[in-house]
Every structure is written in structure tokens, then in C-alpha cells.
Design a protein around this ligand. Structure first.
Ligand SMILES: *Cc1c(COP(=O)(O)O)cnc(C)c1O
Length: 428
């Protein structure tokens, strides 16, 4: 697989290098140079989930990974299902929250962990990442207890749900957590600074785990095929997929799926009140505002890292601009929609409700609608229970995590302080 840096086309790397580097020169993201079509998509859709996913990843990555190695990686990464549930006639929810940390980030986090373990054989590596809520838990669980790997997670103190936080701050061992006095953007700035610090980079063997890492995106391509596999032949012809979007990685994966032959007719990438992309599409001006705190906190992003990838696919006509929609949904509308879905007999947390609304805003007749449930409702217990005025049952993993003490240390958003703590903890 050949990938090119979208900010600096001179820089071209293999899949292995792209996974290890994460971000390219000039803060550019890597993107596959060619996306060839898969010949017989129907035959692929007839295969079981893991075998099919391995085939898709082999198609994308090429001969850099032997197929039996990839089979084993997929088997251990994707060891949970992605069911398609009918919520209304012709409208389906793709439930991506059946992994160990109850959000879709498990797919990418777990596959990335398999890749890093393979590529860094024996070498010490430190995964340093900032989380807006769900990446932290997915990455922490994926790397928990792995030899030669330490994970450092920075999160904005008090700005993520208790369930989100407890899923990673209670693990201990090789998982180190810092509650930062500041916003997600402050956390991300600290991470970026660490990556510019050669001393830290070399001593700790830094790698990042955010959605700029290509291994996470490729993993996510697989569940779009899994959604179509659960539809009938005739339903597959007019499919509208709605993706709740923050950093725009998930919708980018949907476009890659379409580019290699999955017949997605239409895509909606719907945001919360952090509406940089919808405004950009309407006006042509890229003008991020200050990030606003929302019920759907995992999408509180005003400078989406993956937008250059999405835009390059739209401009390269891998996906038609006429079939790509991006709207924003307000906080009050999010709550109304959560209630509306509840009346249909389904419980959606705020991100999922935004996906449902995106479908409704842009849906034409005779389309089959698929909206993505990116997190389990219990992960947003406080807001779901508050809006729906009913008690949720807690899945066991969550009940267990909630009962444990938080092991995170507090710190101010100060780079020198972070550096000192990292050396104390990780360099002996
Ligand atoms: C991360 C996340 C999103 C946003 O996905 P992007 O790939 O960043 O657009 C949506 N919903 C949930 C629950 C998330 O954790």
C-alpha cells in the first residue's frame, strides 16, 4: 500500500510506516494513493464478518501483511458483532457499540493495537493520546497489559461523562491518565508539542493513537460492508448512510468503502453545534469557531483532523459532491430527537440521535436509511436518563468500571509539567 502526505505529496510511505509515524511532514495526513475497486462485491457480502473484513483489509493494504497474519489480527480485533437493527420501516440503526468499551472506537483502536504490536516487535513504545471521550477507553483497553507498551491519555477534566472516564482511568498498570485543567483542544496541543520534542520522542518511542492513524480508518471501512451484508439485494440499491461526525474519520471510512465498490448512494455527515464543516460547504469559508460543549461531547471538535482526507475524495470524485450532505443539529433539537426515537421503541444517546436526524433532514423517498449508533446509551447515562426521564440498565463492564476508583492524576495544561511527569513515570 502506498500512501501520500496530503500536505506534502513528495512524502510517500508504506502502510507500516504510516502506522508508525501517524502524522506526516507539515502536519499532513496520509492517504492511499490508489483505491482500486473490489471486483465481486456481492460475493464479498456473502462472506462471514471476520473473513470478509480480512479480505477487505488485504485488498487495501496489499502484500505488506501476509494473509494469515491479517486473518489472525482481524480475528482478535473484531471479536464482537455489528448488528443492523430496524427502528422504523426502511430505517436501520447500525450498532457499533458491542465492543469492550461500548463505542465504535473499539474497531479502530483494537486493529491499531494489533498493527503496533506487530510492527514494533520488542521495541519500547509509548502511545500518547488526547481524548474527547471515547478514544481513550478504546485505546486503553486495546493496549492494556501489552508488553513494551505504555499508554498515556490526556483528557479534559470534567468535560467527559463519568462512564467514559471510568472506562480508562480505573485500569492502572501500563495505562497512565492525566486529567487536564482545560479543553480537549488544550490536551491536543500538549500532545502535538510532545511530538515536536525530540528528547521526549526518542526516549519514550512516541506514537499517537488518534484518528489520523491510517490503521484506525481502514478498520472502520469493514463495518460498512457488514451493514450492507445484513440488507436484502433490493435494499442495497438506494442506501443512504448517516454518520455523526466530529473529527470526520468515520465518514472518511465510509467514503473509502464506497470508493472500493460498496454501493453507498448517499452520505450524511452530521455535526453538533460545532459546525465548521456545514458552514464551509455552504459558504466556501473555512472559519472554525471556539469549541462549544455539547451533549454529544465526542464530537466537540471545531478543527476536524480528517477533513483534508474527505475533501480530497470529494475533489477527486471518489464520492460525488451532490450525494454528500453535512448539516448541524442544535442541542435542543438533539434532545427532541432522542425523545422521538424513544417513542419508536429505541434508545439513542446524543451522537446517535444526531445521526438519525441527519438521515431525516436529507432523506428522499424509497431510500433505505442506515444511521450509525456510535456509542451505547449507558455511556451517556446522565444525559440520556435526564432527557428521557427513565432509568437505564448498566452493562456489566460499565457497572464494574464505575465501582472502581479513578487513578488519573490532575495537571494543568502546561507542557513542562507534562514532560517532567512523563520522564518520572516512564524513564527509569
Ligand atoms: C468519536 C465519536 C464520534 C465522531 O467520530 P469522528 O470519526 O471523529 O467523526 C461520534 N460519536 C461517538 C460516540 C464518538 O466517540
Amino acid at each position: 500500500m502506498n500512501l501520500v502526505n496530503l500536505m506534502d505529496p513528495q512524502q510517500q510511505v508504506s502502510f507500516t510506516e504510516a502506522v508508525k509515524i501517524g502524522l506526516g511532514r507539515n502536519q499532513g495526513v496520509f492517504f492511499p494513493q490508489n483505491l482500486a475497486q473490489i471486483e465481486d462485491v456481492n460475493a464479498l457480502l456473502a462472506m462471514p464478518f471476520q473473513a470478509r473484513s480480512s479480505r477487505i483489509l488485504q485488498h487495501l493494504i496489499g502484500d505488506e501483511l501476509p494473509s494469515d497474519t491479517l486473518d489472525a489480527m482481524v480475528k482478535s480485533a473484531f471479536n464482537f458483532p455489528a448488528p443492523l437493527v430496524e427502528v422504523e420501516s426502511g430505517t436501520y440503526c447500525l450498532e457499533l457499540f458491542h465492543g469492550p468499551t461500548l463505542a465504535f472506537k473499539d474497531f479502530g483502536g483494537r486493529f491499531m493495537s494489533e498493527c503496533i504490536s506487530l510492527f514494533n516487535q520488542g521495541e519500547r513504545v509509548t502511545i500518547l493520546t488526547a481524548t474527547s471521550g471515547d478514544t481513550g477507553a478504546a485505546v486503553a483497553h486495546a493496549f492494556y497489559g501489552k508488553e513494551n507498551v505504555d499508554v498515556v491519555i490526556l483528557y479534559p477534566k470534567g468535560k467527559i461523562s463519568l462512564a467514559q472516564q471510568k472506562l480508562f482511568t480505573t485500569l492502572g498498570e501500563n495505562i497512565h491518565c492525566f486529567a487536564v485543567d482545560g479543553s480537549f483542544d488544550d490536551c491536543q496541543a500538549l500532545v502535538k508539542q510532545a511530538f515536536l520534542d525530540d528528547e521526549v520522542k526518542s526516549q519514550l518511542g512516541l506514537n499517537s493513537a488518534n484518528s489520523i492513524n491510517i490503521s484506525r480508518l481502514l478498520a472502520q471501512v469493514c463495518y460498512y460492508f457488514e451493514a450492507f451484508a445484513q440488507l436484502t439485494d433490493s435494499q442495497r440499491k438506494q442506501v443512504h448512510v448517516s454518520v455523526p461526525s466530529g473529527n470526520f474519520g468515520n465518514v472518511c471510512a465510509a467514503m473509502i468503502a464506497a470508493a472500493i465498490g460498496l454501493p453507498i448512494k448517499k452520505l450524511s455527515a452530521t455535526t453538533n453545534q460545532n459546525d465548521t464543516v456545514p458552514r464551509y460547504i455552504e459558504t466556501g469559508n473555512w472559519s472554525p469557531n471556539a469549541t462549544l460543549e455539547s451533549l454529544s461531547n465526542a464530537m466537540d471538535v471545531s478543527k476536524p483532523n480528517n477533513w483534508p482526507r474527505v475533501e480530497s475524495m470529494l475533489n477527486g470524485r471518489s464520492f460525488s459532491k451532490d450525494d454528500f450532505y453535512s448539516c448541524s443539529v442544535s442541542e435542543s433539537r438533539t434532545q427532541e430527537v432522542m425523545k422521538k426515537i424513544n417513542q419508536l421503541g429505541y434508545i439513542a444517546e446524543p451522537h446517535t440521535a444526531i445521526a438519525y436526524e441527519g438521515l431525516r433532514l436529507n432523506q428522499a423517498e424509497n431510500e433505505t436509511g442506515i444511521f450509525l449508533a456510535t456509542a451505547h446509551p449507558a455511556k451517556f447515562k446522565e444525559s440520556v436518563e435526564g432527557v428521557l426521564e427513565q432509568q437505564l440498565e448498566m452493562p456489566e463492564v460499565l457497572a464494574t468500571a464505575l465501582a472502581k476508583p479513578c487513578l488519573a492524576e490532575s495537571m494543568s495544561a502546561d507542557y513542562e509539567g507534562l514532560k517532567k511527569r512523563l520522564f518520572e513515570k516512564l524513564v527509569s
